[in-house]
Design a protein. Structure first.
Length: 291
């Protein structure tokens, strides 16, 4: 074979001096190419390597940036969690402080305060613990007691509750309950709109979940327990008993709010305002009945 018969594996041209294709060239392994092709292929290979390195560097920068971002996110989350935890601790401390202030002001024993706190939960934001100071508390207790024992306004019936199989049941009075049903926007949100008694009981239960209602209406009973009996009795107070006290008070308050309506709708704000006024020992809660 003539030397000139040797062909470059890249351009196919004849050449006397074929050299090994540079490593990384796009020719088959072990190919021999002419010098110009070797130069070109070498440059191409170098460019490809440079390009790959650039891509690698770029992807490294991206993953480094991602890692930095993840780290920053984790740090931010950690700080947020710390802040949340701190705020939670602060809120808890505030709660403890409010209950303690209340116990001091109302001269409630630690055990009485604990029972009340366990039943009510959060200290009602609408009330100031200091308001319970001095003679105010006994006036308040009397007032609330009297209020819970009232008949329905403009009627001679009383709120009536019974515990049956551990469940609290309410004696309904369709004639009275219908008034509340008509005046309360919740009437459309209950599954039995055609049963006034159920609608009203549902409303009473909802308002009775408010810490404000629980505190105001459980207060006289809890006070009674701790002023007459030994402290060991505290474990014997069933939750249902306290809940019934709250239901009774809320029921009267609901009808009271209704009777005070010129015409229109009962709102949560009105009920809240009513309950708040009951918890003010310095103010008289007895309003003159309309003639
Ligand atoms: Zn060539």
């Amino acid at each position: 074979m003539w030397p000139f018969d040797k062909r470059c594996a890249s351009c196919g041209g004849r050449s006397r001096n074929l050299v090994a294709a540079p490593s990384g060239a796009s020719t088959a392994h072990g190919s021999r190419v002419c010098q110009p092709c070797a130069d070109r292929l070498g440059k191409e290979a170098t460019a490809r390597i440079a390009e790959r390195q650039a891509l690698e560097a770029q992807s490294r920068r991206i993953s480094e940036a991602q890692a930095a971002r993840r780290k920053a996110d984790a740090e931010r989350r950690r700080l947020e969690e710390q802040e949340t935890h701190h705020r939670k601790q602060e809120a808890e401390a505030k709660q403890q402080e409010a209950w303690k202030q209340f116990a001091d002001a109302a001269r409630f024993s630690e055990a009485g305060m604990r029972l009340l706190m366990g039943f009510v939960g959060q200290w009602p934001a609408q009330l100031q613990p200091a308001d319970f100071a001095g003679q105010g508390i006994s006036t308040l207790l009397e007032q609330v007691r009297e209020y819970q024992g009232r008949p329905h306004p403009k009627a001679d019936t009383y709120p009536e509750y019974q515990v049956i199989d551990g469940q609290i049941g309410r004696a309904s009075n369709d004639f009275l309950d219908l008034k509340i049903c008509v005046a309360h926007p919740d009437k459309n949100q209950n599954p039995w709109p055609q049963v006034p008694g159920l609608t009203v009981f549902q409303l009473i239960r909802r308002y009775s979940e408010w810490p404000l209602s629980k505190l105001v209406f459980a207060l006289p009973r809890v006070h009674e327990i701790f002023s007459i009996g030994p402290l060991s009795q505290m474990t014997d107070v069933p939750r249902t008993e306290l809940m019934i006290e709250v239901y009774k008070g809320v029921e009267i308050a609901l009808f009271d709010v209704y009777e005070a309506l010129p015409n229109g709708r009962i709102t949560d704000a009105m009920v809240e305002e009513k309950l708040k006024s009951l918890a003010q020992p310095s103010e008289s809660i007895t309003s003159p009945l309309p003639p």
